[in-house]
Design a protein around this ligand. Structure first.
Ligand code: GLC
Ligand code: CA
Length: 567
């Protein structure tokens, strides 16, 4: 039987339940300066595509619940579920029409509570996606806002007169291919939308908007949610004078002159509102993760806040855009690590081409997938995985324009095929639709699902899935991997990335061959405090070394070696 408890009673119950949950494995460290979210492996679930419990072809909350044992076995500590709120689904949930409800296509509140409770039993926390910049154009706030110039919610969105007939207020562009202003014939003004026209930007300069949106977070915290991933934080504020953005040379993928978006992205007010939102999160010991697209490491640093009072985990999305290279990764990770904040590494998400397709050379793809796991899961910081990485899912792009579901793929075809390819169903077994649904799947699974699926890879000790489980298990069992300092080694090696994760309780050596040719790096750890280092192998793929005195490690193409170092 399910009992619903509201308000203060829920808050009390929540506080009471929290301690034992945070207990056991985390207690010792929570008392110090390491927090649960620094030790956790986060896992992004795209609910439409994860598991379909009622065979309507679309994944749902009960589907996610049915796979919690799998996630626990994989070693996941927290799942981030992309928007599951009521939505017309123009942007597949990122157009929210009610922030405090569940979309019936995904289930009910009872299903949601059940998911949170079952996750909690397994030590898994639930993070939701907070679409802060915009709502759906079907949200009651926007429907009222557009109804008249004097409506109660008029100022909750950004309405302006045009410069003249067919002349929007300024030159700003929507990132999804259209102008950023849409004319509304009824009230003869334009409204601003950084994303699709169906996603009008909220006016965060209006205190009523801030209040209601902050209350949304409280609503979910009180329902047991452990935090939020904040969507598109960069775009929260716009220049009040609506100045034109300066133009840059060249055109974007939609053929429009490029702009330097100084007046509609990354305004300083973003940091002030994040500080206020953080205060609310702190009341509930909740964690804030950010979708933080940044130009460089110093811009990423700003999202932690000067006093560590903004985001706990601003995602390093730059990593997804760098070339696959030991030297490039060494430089980048070194800079991120040295900058001071707790890094948040991401190699994949629902907006980005899957790494299996991005980095695969057609010959060593599985080894490359293991190499990437050996890399981002052993760095100092918190990794955010994307569903399907652990079985080497490939991008399955639409082959014909008429099959495209993501509107930007329709608009930008064939240069921009949209994001369907990285959002295809999780591949659970080698059966029809990869075992995702018995109905008609909303997106097709690729041929490769026959091999790349959970059932097949679970039985194979050499599979990508087995390798992921092993790396995550090591992250948890080795204090060096959990808390150790990141110490780069052999810094002039262009092909092999090597580092120590060094702590008083143990030191781990990670050696990663980012090339297709065999390598044999030598190691001398005297400068790192090991007069005569000994190595004991913990995990390897396409690599070998004898346990004992550490001299060199032999690596085949894309080989990975992880070992324990002692004096
Ligand atoms: C973020 C989401 C993306 C969405 C956009 C608009 O970038 O990750 O999927 O389309 O915001 O909400
Ligand atoms: Ca369903």
């Amino acid at each position: 039987m399910k009992i619903r408890i509201h308000g203060w009673a829920m808050a009390l119950l929540f506080a009471a339940c929290w301690t034992p949950f945070a207990g056991a494995q985390m207690k010792a460290k929570d008392a110090g300066d390491q927090k649960w979210w620094q030790h956790a492996v986060f896992y992004e679930v795209y609910p439409r595509s994860f598991a379909d419990s009622n065979d309507d072809g679309i994944g749902d909350l009960n589907g996610i619940t049915s796979k919690l044992d799998y996630l626990k076995d994989l070693g996941v500590d927290a799942i981030w579920i992309t928007p599951c709120f009521p939505s017309p689904q123009v942007d597949f949930g990122y157009d929210v029409s009610n922030y405090t409800d569940i979309d019936p296509m995904y289930g009910t509140f009872a299903d949601f509570d059940h998911l949170v409770n079952e996750a909690k039993k397994r030590g898994i926390r639930v993070i939701l996606d907070f679409v802060v910049n915009h709502s759906s154009d079907q949200h009651a706030w926007f429907l009222d806002s557009k109804s008249s110039k004097t409506s109660a919610h008029r100022d909750w969105y950004i309405w302006r007169d045009g410069k003249g007939p067919d002349h929007p207020p300024n030159n700003w562009l929507s990132t999804f291919g259209s102008p950023a202003w849409k004319f509304d014939a009824a009230t003869k003004q334009y409204y601003y939308h950084y994303f699709y026209p169906e996603q009008p930007d909220l006016n965060w300069r209006n205190p009523d908007v801030e209040k209601v949106m902050f209350d949304v977070t409280r609503f979910w915290y009180q329902r047991g949610v452990a935090g939020f991933r904040l969507d598109a934080v960069d775009t929260l504020y716009e220049d009040p004078e609506l100045r034109d953005n300066p133009l840059l040379p060249g055109v974007d993928k939609f053929g429009r002159p490029k702009q330097n978006q100084i007046y509609n992205r990354k305004l300083p007010e973003v940091h002030q509102v994040l500080q206020r939102l953080r205060k609310v999160a702190d009341e509930y010991r909740a964690v804030l993760i950010g979708e933080t697209w940044t130009r460089d490491v110093s811009q990423l640093q700003e999202y932690y806040g000067k006093n560590g009072n903004e985001l706990h985990l601003p995602m390093d999305l730059m990593l997804t855009e760098l070339p696959f290279s030991a030297a490039v990764y060494r430089e980048h990770v070194g800079a991120v690590d040295a900058a001071g904040g707790w890094p948040t590494y991401v190699i994949s998400n629902h907006d980005i081409r899957r790494p299996y397709s991005r980095y695969g050379d057609g010959v060593h793809n599985d080894d490359i997938a293991k190499l990437m796991a050996g890399f981002y899961l052993t760095l100092r910081g918190t990794p955010v995985m994307y569903y399907g990485e652990e079985i080497g899912m490939e991008n399955n792009d639409p082959k014909r324009k008429e099959d495209v579901k993501d509107p930007i793929g329709v608009l930008g075809w064939p240069i921009e095929k949209g994001r369907d390819g990285e959002r295809t169903p999780m591949q659970w077994n080698s059966g029809p639709n990869g075992g995702f649904t018995k109905g008609k799947s909303w997106l097709p699974v690729p041929e490769s699902a026959k091999r790349h699926n959970v059932a097949t890879q679970s039985k194979d000790p050499q599979s990508i899935l087995t390798f992921y489980k092993e790396v995550i298990r090591l992250r948890k069992s080795e204090p060096g991997l959990r808390e150790g300092a990141y110490v780069p080694l052999n810094e002039t090696d262009a092909d092999v990335l090597s580092y120590l994760r060094k702590s008083e309780e143990g030191t781990i050596l990670v050696v990663l061959n980012f090339s297709a040719s065999p390598q044999e790096p030598h190691f001398d750890l005297r400068k790192q405090g090991f007069a005569s280092a000994k190595i004991r192998g913990l995990l390897r793929n396409a690599a070998s070394a004898h346990d004992g005195a550490l001299k060199s490690i032999k690596l085949d193409a894309y080989g990975v070696y992880i070992g324990h170092i002692s004096q």
